[in-house]
Design a protein around this ligand. Structure first.
Ligand SMILES: Cc1cc2nc3c(=O)[nH]c(=O)nc-3n(C[C@H](O)[C@H](O)[C@H](O)COP(=O)(O)OP(=O)(O)OC[C@H]3O[C@@H](n4cnc5c(N)ncnc54)[C@H](O)[C@@H]3O)c2cc1C
Length: 496
């Protein structure tokens, strides 16, 4: 039974929301979590992730502190390297073209390690991402791209760890409880309206933390803010992030902030369903394009597949695919690289063709100009600087010369059968536009004044991401700002 009042209401039950709930409870506040989804679909986009989390670490000792289960054997066979705060800052600045908010990024980076240690203190476990972020060279694994750990059990494991931590701390989660609006007067926010079990009612509180995701699952808002064509994107994750929290806050006078016309979107199986499928998780993504090429319906390449490590390009290439005729592309590989393809290429629900000649392959690429496809592959093969050795662990500089669309790294000839091709479309992950917050995660109104009792975290915070995004930062941002929002909301509620 949903109570009439509590100190802090948390809207959402993804990673940001649940971090906020734990932190508010630590302040001694009574906390209620409202989750729009039914229990079997709960956990938002967080549940669809692989659980990869980007954080700054100075070397092995930091990793040992976070993952005391690391064995001596794992340590001996792995070069974990370091990912310093400076590198994290540089990555955020570079991929956002220097637009990321300096105050927010400061918190994100400097609190990344301590926030993971805080989660660990609540019983969360982390493991190295051997499968996806490290290749074996001369018998040793080497991590690359600043992304080294994932939550134990991936996204589903992370959501389960949150559920357990909340239960341990006496935080109730109400499923099928959709927040509809914020109650407020001249003294600030004092409650929410919520629809639960077919009834609309009010829930009084002293603080609200909005952590209900972006508007990626709302085709009308996507078209309105991201632009024409975005109604045609597939949604990678939950169907419940339709912008409710953003609308509620804007209606109450909150200031919009950040890249409202931007989003995170990737190459995603062309025949994937409209929304994410929890049984497949992130398996519809196809992220090994740096080892091959991508062709559009005209049989032409249209993007530098090897511009950077996939961590730094995958989130913006979905939009590039959406702009192609028919909103699709084929990724092409030959036998020399197929052993490098990520595990998502080996799932049952995949749109794949194989062939023993390039002519046969081109004929099997649905909706593609086959003659032009063969021509493109031949001229690509001829343009590669084959004198530079191929090395997937570093940006190897093995590029092309003289092509209208260059490939900067990892260019390998496509000449060794069997050939494999995978059809992808655009899959949207989450939207970048959000609310303006202070460094205490308090929401600001359109006059620039803090809105008493209103806090925000996760996808619906604006100002961090523009144009692009370094892989693994969504969970880190949700954790850092969820914790800050919950702490602030809990403290404010206790003061009131
Ligand atoms: C397939 C996929 C793979 C990904 N992989 C990674 C990865 O490996 N690493 C990484 O860092 N990021 C990854 N991401 C991005 C990551 O999922 C998000 O950045 C992060 O989970 C956002 O957390 P959040 O808590 O803000 O939102 P969510 O986890 O989406 O939670 C939002 C919650 O709000 C609820 N909600 C919505 N409206 C209402 C309402 N009106 N009332 C009540 N509740 C409401 C939803 O049901 C949901 O529980 C991935 C995303 C997808 C889709």
């Amino acid at each position: 039974m949903l109570p009439d009042r509590c100190d802090v209401v948390i809207v959402g039950a993804g990673n940001a929301a649940m971090c906020a709930a734990l932190a508010a409870r630590e302040q001694g506040a009574t906390v209620i979590v409202l989750e729009r989804a039914p229990e079997d679909e709960s956990g938002g986009n967080t549940r669809f992730t692989a659980g990869a989390i980007r954080f700054a670490y100075d070397g092995l000792e930091d990793l040992r502190a976070l993952m005391p289960d690391l064995t001596e054997e794992e340590i001996a066979r792995t070069d974990f390297g370091r990912y310093t705060e400076d590198q994290f800052f540089d990555d955020m600045a570079r991929v956002t073209e220097n637009r990321t908010d300096p105050d927010l990024v400061e918190l994100l980076v400097r609190r990344s390690k301590s926030t993971l240690m805080w989660l660990r203190s609540h019983g969360f476990r982390f493991v190295p991402i051997y499968g996806r972020q490290a290749f074996k060279v001369d018998g040793r694994f080497k991590f690359w791209g600043g992304l080294t750990v994932e939550a134990w059990g991936g996204g589903p494991g992370l959501v389960e760890a949150h559920r357990k931590a909340a239960a341990k701390d006496g935080i109730p989660i109400f499923y099928g409880a959709r927040a509809l609006g914020l109650l407020h007067d001249d003294d600030g926010i004092n409650g929410v309206t919520v629809r639960h079990e077919g009834k609309t009612r009010t829930l009084a509180c002293r603080s609200v933390v909005l952590a209900s995701g972006g508007f990626e699952s709302n085709p009308e808002w996507r078209t309105r803010y991201l632009g024409p064509g975005w109604d045609l994107a597939k949604v990678r994750g939950t169907r419940f992030n339709t912008g409710d929290g953003l609308r509620m806050a804007l209606d109450a006078g909150a200031a919009p902030c950040g890249n409202w016309s931007g989003c995170h979107a990737v190459g995603w199986d062309r025949n994937a369903p409209e929304f994410g499928d929890l049984a497949v998780g992130d398996g519809f993504q196809k992220h090994s394009y740096p080892w091959g090429i991508m062709l559009n319906a005209n049989g032409e390449r249209f993007v530098d597949e090897g511009a950077d490590f996939r961590n730094y390009t995958y989130a913006k290439y979905g939009a590039v695919i959406l702009r192609q005729p028919g909103q699709f592309a084929w990724q092409i590989f030959d036998r020399k690289v197929t052993h490098l393809l990520r595990d998502e290429y080996r799932i049952r629900q995949v749109t794949k063709v194989t062939a023993n000649t390039l002519e046969e392959l081109a004929g099997k690429l649905d909706d593609v100009n086959a003659g032009k496809a063969i021509e493109t592959i031949r001229s690509y093969n001829a343009a590669i600087r084959t004198e530079i050795p191929f090395d997937p662990n570093v940006k190897d500089g093995r590029g092309t010369v003289g092509l209208p669309v260059p490939k900067s790294n990892w260019a390998n000839t496509i000449d060794t059968p069997p050939f494999e091709a995978y059809a992808v479309s655009c899959g949207i992950t989450f939207t970048f536009g959000g609310l303006r917050i202070t460094t205490d995660a308090q929401v600001l109104d359109t006059d620039g004044q803090p809105m008493r009792g209103l806090y925000a975290a996760g996808e619906l915070v604006g100002g961090l991401f523009y144009f692009n995004y370094p892989g693994g930062t969504g969970l880190m941002s949700g954790s850092v700002f969820g914790r800050i929002a919950g702490t602030s909301a809990g403290q404010a509620a206790k003061r009131a």
